[in-house]
Ligand binder design. Sequence first.
Ligand SMILES: *Cc1c(COP(=O)(O)O)cnc(C)c1O
Length: 453
Amino acid sequence: MENKILLSEQEIPRFFYNIVADMPNKPLPPLHPGTRQPITPDLLEPLFPKELIQQEVSAERYIEIPRQVRDIYAKWRPSPLFRARGLEKLLDTPARIYYKYEGVSPAGSHKPNTAVAQAFYSKISGVKRIATETGAGQWGTALAYACQLFGLECEVFMVRVSYDQKPYRKIMMNTFGATVHASPSGQTAYGKKVLAENPDSSGSLGIAISEAIERAVSDPQSHYALGSVLNHVLLHQTIIGQEALLQMEKAGHMPDVVVAPFGGGSNFAGIAFPFLRLNLADDQQIRFIAVEPASCPKLTRGSFRYDFGDTAGMTPLLPMYTLGHDFIPSPIHAGGLRYHGAGVLVSQLLKDGLIEAVSQPQEPCFKAGLDFIRAEGIIPAPEATHAIATVIDEALKCRESGTEKTILFNLCGHGYFDMGAYASYMAGELTDPSVSEQEISASLSGTDQLQPG
Ligand SMILES: *Cc1c(COP(=O)(O)O)cnc(C)c1O
């Protein structure tokens, strides 16, 4: 019985899989906030290279991966798939548990899968630099790595709370040659405005996105890049699920349940979409569970409507599950999951009942994380522990009912820069912030006037 399923370099997928081709209800278009009409691609040209704008609106099922991008992927791809025998034993479950490990990438997460593609397209379009935001620092690290491969400058606005919690993440970005500012920063008009209103702001992804966009639009030599949410980002991540599909076939077990943590939807989509195709095109009945933090519950307690992707209201309006663009999530340790909205593709699929969502408070996630560490020897990112907590719930249900299911989850990143978070958990110092219905309806009320018609 195999414990580790590997693929050869030749088996790195040659195409990204675009789920739009197989969706029963196509995603609604992004709207211009002024006219409430679908936006035209030229509006995005100051921010993104043409190829990515085409991918953003494409309905083609397969999109070829450029050779240069595939060659770089080969440094860490195909990533390994493990059978979690230690965890199965610990839980005494008849379930088979597998995980795809994306922590082997240079940045330590799934994010370089899209960062490398985005930097490649920006490079061939002739810009000199890319501005971006980062939550926990994973995306900033991935983009910093990708930019230096292509000789691009990289400027990162890092959410203040993570900047303070994870100093080594910032230094890692610096080693790749990036400039990093704590956000809200004094570097942009929007950052200055936020600081004037609240000098102690812990920041949010929404604020940092506003700052990075402002930077990119004010410099014709600069693009902007987003590490999640957008269709082209989810598209690039499907390399994960396509590899996992081959690996599960080799293992001789197709999953009954696929689980992944959920920030904006990219690692979830990455592992889920190639398997979801089997439900849509081949009548299979695999379950897909997106796991969000209880303190930032857009999928389970938010509302499906048009909203801005950022806090300042600079992006097009996106049809998505959201808590409102003013929502500032509590400073939990899973910084990558602190986003008010969700990708358009995953939002539509959830609305159509084709995927499921659950939420987990952070305390049980860290407990699950420690069980996993002791059983499997890999330290998961706090984001990834959300998937693990749900996998354990599912595996224990299998134990109770005596059913032999196969569970696959995305171990989307390692947690070697998150020792501070594990330290506070082990010292019993973690809090579990909750969100009231009033807070959610208050921040959603800011989106009421954004609805079309
Ligand atoms: C960024 C990040 C996430 C959340 O983003 P998604 O786009 O939802 O994947 C989750 N886990 C890790 C390790 C991350 O770096």
